[in-house]
Design a protein around this ligand. Structure first.
Ligand SMILES: *Cc1c(COP(=O)(O)O)cnc(C)c1O
Length: 386
């Protein structure tokens, strides 16, 4: 016969700690974290509606998935252990050997490398076009083209994709359109007509730079084609990491609006700076795609890039001179982050492609944080004066 708790040995007591009862209506204001790999199987509800194993499903992950579906206005979302897990699992879930994918060179570098080096190893063909040459898109569409994949605004120089043009071409041929909308924050939704939206939740969604996560959102039908691949590949998000993203999301709107207005102020300062030769920011009137950007984005985002004169040294030297602005990769955090673009974003591209894309020894990408703008400007000014 099973022993009573007070009769258990110390080892049994320690492995099965007490669970204080909470009245059903006495709920915690913040959802508890289901930091558990598995759930006890019940005979009172069908197995299919139970949580069993957290790689497959977990209430903390489910809450985050529903939250992202709500804000992006899609039926379903899957969250992953990183943005790259979202991208790779989505492609592998939807493509098979012999399929063809169209994308663009203006892509987050690891995603570009995944398409060029990994997918090609599985006999999935690709074409990488230039984001500003969409007129050549129809000629690249083949009978086996399954997906058009793009980013907007693009990394690192904030090019804006003409989304409706891409969708029009794709729909005419029954091709899926997938967008990585990380740089745009969570303001672009299903209303644009893309089939799936991917986010690196590591960036604006979580916002504090302390967690890696990713998501893909879309229709029930498409998501159900991707979920089995997530279970098979196993890039599921940890519940504690999911709770950090959910916590970040609570302040997302405030952060994104503030970071967008600070970025505009800084872009305007840089635009007239005697040591700056170029500024790329979709919220600036002189951005070549200002109109396209303002049709797509309510807030222009917290990321900008700029080029400095050789008189003040290279982008690398300039980055090392900054103190408040942190010289590192990534974007969308509460701290301002800066990096020379050529150091991290172009290694796999030809020199010609890099130069056309504005990736050169003088260019920098700045992700504006939540600091006082005057302190950011003072740090930049100090670096300009050497
Ligand atoms: C960071 C980033 C990713 C990858 O996300 P991780 O969470 O770092 O894996 C993908 N796309 C874009 C545009 C990104 O900025």
């Amino acid at each position: 016969m099973t022993k009573k708790r007070n009769e258990w040995g110390a080892a049994t007591k320690l492995t099965h700690p007490p669970r204080p009862e909470i009245h059903q209506k006495n709920t915690p204001v913040v959802a508890p974290i289901y930091q558990t790999a598995k759930f006890v199987v019940s005979n009172e509800v069908p197995l299919s509606s139970q949580f069993i194993y957290s790689r497959v499903a977990n209430p903390t992950l489910r809450s985050l998935e529903e939250s992202i579906s709500e804000i992006l206005n899609f039926d379903e979302t899957i969250v992953f252990s990183s943005g790259m897990a979202a991208i790779s699992t989505t492609f592998l879930g939807l493509l098979k050997a012999g399929d063809h994918l169209i994308s663009f060179r203006e892509l987050y570098r690891p995603a570009r490398i995944f398409i060029k080096d990994v997918l090609s190893g599985f006999n999935i063909e690709h074409d990488l076009l230039k984001l500003n040459e969409l007129d050549s898109l129809p000629q690249r569409i083949r009978p086996n083209t399954k997906i058009i994949y793009f980013e907007s605004p693009s990394n690192p120089n904030l090019q804006i994709a003409d989304i409706s043009k891409i969708i029009k071409q794709a729909k005419a041929h029954g091709i899926l359109v997938i967008m990585d909308a990380t740089f745009a924050g969570l303001q672009l939704n299903s209303g644009m007509g893309v089939d799936l939206i991917i986010h690196s939740l590591t960036k604006y969604a979580s916002g504090h730079g302390d967690v890696l996560a990713g998501s893909v959102s879309g229709s029930k039908k498409l998501i159900s084609q991707i979920r089995p691949m997530n279970i098979a590949l196993g890039g599921s998000l940890d519940p504690h990491a999911a709770s950090l993203v959910s916590r970040g999301l609570k302040t997302y709107q405030l952060r994104f609006e503030k970071q967008s207005s600070s970025a505009l102020e800084i872009a305007k300062y840089l635009e007239i700076h005697p040591f700056v030769t170029k500024v790329y920011y979709p919220g600036l009137k002189n951005h070549p795609q200002y109109e396209l950007a303002s049709n797509q984005l309510i807030h222009s985002g917290g990321i900008l890039s700029f080029e400095i004169k050789t008189d003040v040294g290279t982008a690398l030297e300039f980055s090392h001179r900054l103190e408040l602005l942190q010289f590192t990769v990534s974007v969308g955090s509460v701290e301002s982050l800066i990096c020379p673009t050529e150091l991290f974003f172009g290694e796999d591209l030809s020199v010609n492609d890099r130069r056309e894309m504005g990736i050169n020894p003088q260019s920098l990408r700045l992700s504006v944080g939540l600091e006082s703008v005057s302190d950011i400007l003072a740090d930049l000014e100090k670096a300009f004066l050497k």
